[in-house]
Design a protein around this ligand. Structure first.
Ligand code: GDP
Ligand code: MG
Length: 723
């Protein structure tokens, strides 16, 4: 059925948009990205009164100014796509703050229905909201709902269809922003009217307000399309800005915000909200916060929570991991028996099965990890982490808003630096942003996790959870120290203050948790299935070709025949001798291959950190995507295997290999954690910083830094333990 209308769910972060979206669309949804950026775009369908309705879940925003990508995405969607109805999801337990955004929808003049969500929470706090009165004052339908249980959602959809049926685009609300700004807006009217292409899209007064707010996108658009009028308009904004600075000491943006809040307050205080309790009563959330964000207890609790997350992830996931490992070993064996020896078999076993199997083997761990993170996120605890980290971040010359990029990049483990780098767009100070961009790749992203798990499992298996926890701590420590160094040298400048809302604590819903977990795991699997398969095959080819020159191949054939002749009597001895020859040949083949040659050349230097040429091959592959490290190690070490009949896991192979020991493992771990970000991240850094110089800087700086660290670890470790 063709959808008859499109509705957009908009509102503050944590207001319950996604919960409502899931309730409306169920499984009939699709998650993608807005073109070119990593802000999620969720789209789904629902049926009401026999009509098919297309539902869009917009990113959460506090305002509609061009401060962050989320705000721009939401705004551009409302303006360019013109949904038939905008459903403004409002958190009733936090009405005043949420209506600030509603007010901006009214100013923009979109067809609006307000969904008063979480009335259950408001009620618990003794807050009653008179929806009819609020609706009358604002002039738009207001429907109380509980998105979590679906209560009121039918009535809300009725209201939505009624607004759509009326088909009228409401007049933009006319707010007063005080005498000075109102006068300026009047003065600007003739020039704004002249910008006909713009007023065709944006409401006239809204354009003026955005220019006064110094909204980057609108200013640029005006200057591009109407440079003459634009210049005059900007000049007028400049004089009024200066005037306000002199008289009130504030920017026009602040005056506009004050008037919006004033407008909301006046509405709320006209009998819309009644409170049962005295104002200073502490809510449950506040009580919890007193403890959880306490100066001393807070960080301790946080460390405890993260430690539990690791323990949970690694203890329960080990069972399905074993199943998967066994499954892939079985497939390998099957293929080994079915196919004749030759390059094709080698491609399937060493390129495809080992490569992809190595990556998919980690899916359970990643699922458990994401599930744990989803619990923290949905319960509201993650925001507390950001809040507490802000103090620390300031010390290191970063901003509280840097916390999210760090966490997204894998600050708790299992993220990706690509969205992390993009999330740094919310930072307004260019220097804090740059410092964030350059240090988020130090976090342990989801792709580094499998390597860390592999090495820790192979060499420090007794304390797996503890070592993973230490790895996270180390990543943070190094990232922050490097940020501080950058902020004291190439990125010198003052810090800016932190503003962020702490959402109330809530019990997460299982459905929400599962959807969150699945989305992220699926993204990982898609990457594993496509990109990594391709790279894995490419690297297999680099490791297989060029083949040994004829005389060397003949040498081994001769050797084999010779051995068979001389040792024919001793059956066990013969098998062993043949195995040795096979290994030697495989080693020489790998060393002779294209990848092997690069690895061997680099060994001249990497030797200082105890890293051998086979690991070098994997590290080079890791620049394409960190996931590739595990699969390449798998291929490199299975090609040179002593007894191919006996399938041993990569972990055991490394553990037994003479080139490896705990000190080397530690040096390699450090190198992998801190060397150049993967190719995609580098490209993103270039795009976000607007210059390839910074991207090149991050590649070189990180690699040199990581190498120095690895050398130090290996040299000191060797002195202490390897005698
Ligand atoms: P979004 O950021 O706007 O997408 O918000 P979410 O949909 O992710 O919701 C944030 C949290 O609020 C989740 O933990 C939801 O379970 C919870 N939530 C959403 N709606 C309600 C509601 O009506 N009542 C209660 N008690 N909790 C809700
Ligand atoms: Mg959401």
């Amino acid at each position: 059925m063709e959808p008859v209308l499109t509705i957009a769910l908009a509102g503050n972060p944590n207001a319950g948009k996604t919960t409502l979206f899931n309730h409306l669309t169920g499984a009939r949804q699709h998650v993608g990205n807005y073109p070119g950026i990593t802000v999620e775009q969720k789209e789904g369908y629902c049926l009401h009164q026999g009509k098919e309705v297309r539902v869009i879940d917009l990113p959460g925003t506090y305002s509609l100014t061009a401060y962050s990508v989320e705000e721009l995405v939401a705004r551009d969607f409302l303006i360019n796509e013109r949904p038939d109805v905008v459903v403004d999801v409002v958190d009733s337990s936090n009405l005043e703050r949420n209506l600030y955004l509603s007010c901006q929808f009214l100013e923009l003049g979109v067809p609006l229905v307000i969904a008063l969500n979480m009335i259950d929470v408001a009620e618990k706090r003794g807050v009653t909201i008179n929806a009819e009165k609020l609706s009358a004052r604002l002039g738009v339908p207001v429907v109380p709902i509980i998105a979590r249980s679906g209560k009121g959602v039918e009535e809300m959809l009725d209201a939505v269809l009624a607004v759509a049926a009326a088909g009228i685009r409401p007049q933009p609300a006319f707010l007063s922003y005080g005498a000075d700004l109102d006068q300026a807006l009047t003065d600007m009217t003739p020039d704004i009217t002249a910008c006909a292409d713009l007023t065709a899209v944006y409401p006239q007064r809204w354009l003026g307000v955005k220019l006064l707010e110094n909204d980057e996108q609108i200013v640029d658009k005006t200057m591009e399309t109407y440079p003459e009028a634009g210049k005059r308009l900007i000049a007028r904004c400049g004089t009024i800005g200066q005037h306000l600075q002199h008289t009130l000491g504030v920017y026009p943006e602040a005056v506009i915000a004050d008037h919006r809040y004033g407008y909301i307050k006046s509405i709320i205080h006209q009998g819309v909200v009644t409170r049962k309790f005295v104002a200073d009563r502490l809510y449950a959330s506040d009580k919890i916060d007193k403890v959880v964000t306490h100066r001393v207890l807070g960080p301790l609790i946080m460390a405890g929570v993260l430690y539990c997350l690791y323990t949970f992830t690694f203890s329960y996931s080990s069972v399905p991991v074993e199943w998967l490992t066994e499954f892939f070993a079985l497939v390998s064996k099957g293929v080994d028996m079915l196919l004749p020896d030759g390059p094709f078999k080698s491609l399937i076993i060493s390129g495809v099965i080992d490569g992809v199997g190595g990556v998919f083997g980690f899916v359970p761990i990643i699922m458990f990890m994401f599930f744990g993170i989803a619990v923290l996120e949905d319960s509201g605890y993650l925001a507390r982490v950001a809040f507490m980290m802000d103090r620390i971040f300031h010390f290191f010359g970063l901003h509280g808003s840097s916390v999210m990029p760090f966490i997204i990049s894998g600050g708790i483990a299992g993220g990706c630096a690509v969205p992390g780098v993009m999330a740094a767009r919310t930072l307004r100070s260019p220097k804090e942003r740059m410092a964030t961009l350059l240090t988020v790749p130090f976090m342990n992203c989801g792709a580094k996790l499998p390597v860390l798990t592999l090495l820790i499992g192979a060499f420090f298996s007794d304390h797996q959870a503890r070592y993973m926890f230490l790895a996270t701590l180390a990543a943070w420590l190094i990232a922050l120290c490097v940020a501080k160094i950058l902020r004291l040298t190439v990125l010198k400048g003052a810090s800016t203050p932190f503003v962020m809302e702490l959402p109330p604590y809530r019990f997460p819903t299982l459905k929400g948790l599962l959807i969150h977990t699945w989305e992220r795991t699926w993204q990982y699997m898609k990457k594993a299935g496509t990109v990594i398969l391709g790279i894995s095959i490419l690297i297999w080819a680099m490791m297989t070709y060029p083949q040994l020159p004829d005389n060397r191949a003949a040498h081994y054939t001769g050797l084999r025949q010779e051995t068979q002749r001389t040792m024919a009597a001793d059956e066990a001895g013969l098998a062993e001798a043949l195995g040795r020859i096979k290994t030697e040949e495989a080693q020489e083949k790998l060393r002779n291959s294209f990848a092997g040659r690069i690895g061997v050349t680099l060994e001249q230097v990497s030797r200082w950190a105890g890293i051998d040429w086979r690991t070098n091959i994997a590290l080079i592959g890791g620049f394409a995507a960190k996931e590739v490290i595990v699969s390449t190690l798998g291929t490199a070490y299975s090609l040179g295997e002593v007894d191919p009949e006996e399938t041993v896991s990569l972990q055991e192979r490394l553990n037994k290999d003479p080139n490896w020991n705990p000190v080397v493992a530690l040096a390699v771990l450090a190198f992998i954690m801190f060397y150049s970000p993967c190719f995609v991240t580098v490209v993103c850094i270039a795009r976000e910083s607007g210059s390839w110089k910074w991207a090149a800087f991050s590649m070189l700086f990180n690699t040199i830094f990581a190498f120095v660290l690895a050398v130090a670890i290996y040299q000191i470790g060797a002195l202490l333990y390897l005698r």
